[in-house]
Unconditional design. Structure first.
Length: 106
């Protein structure tokens, strides 16, 4: 049975603060209203749009899943991170070999 995962404003705030970034700085750099970021962090808005979550995650240098509640434990999160890293490795591998095949002198 799938677990229900939901956005966690607490996690957003913790990650942002751990990087020494203010709400104002993040909101300006992400093109968001500071009061909206504040509402996300306080849990007043519980389902931010996916593109907004992705933008904040990219800005903070984390995966959007880092803002979710509901992952069973760190082992499950580690497994997901490993799977994502593998997908990146495969992408890089094919990109390199495609580029190399098109330009064998490189």
């Amino acid at each position: 049975m799938a677990r229900k995962m939901k956005f966690s404003g607490d996690r957003l705030r913790d990650i942002r603060q751990s990087k020494g970034i203010s709400q104002l700085q993040m909101s300006n750099d992400c093109g968001l209203n500071q009061s909206l970021v504040s509402k996300y962090e306080r849990g007043e808005v519980v389902s931010p749009p996916h593109h907004t979550v992705e933008a904040m995650a990219d800005y903070l240098g984390v995966d959007a899943d880092d803002f979710l509640e509901g992952l069973k434990n760190s082992g499950e999160k580690a497994k997901r991170s490993t799977e994502q890293a593998h997908r990146v490795d495969v992408h890089v591998y094919f990109h390199f070999h495609t580029e190399h095949a098109n330009n064998p002198e490189s």
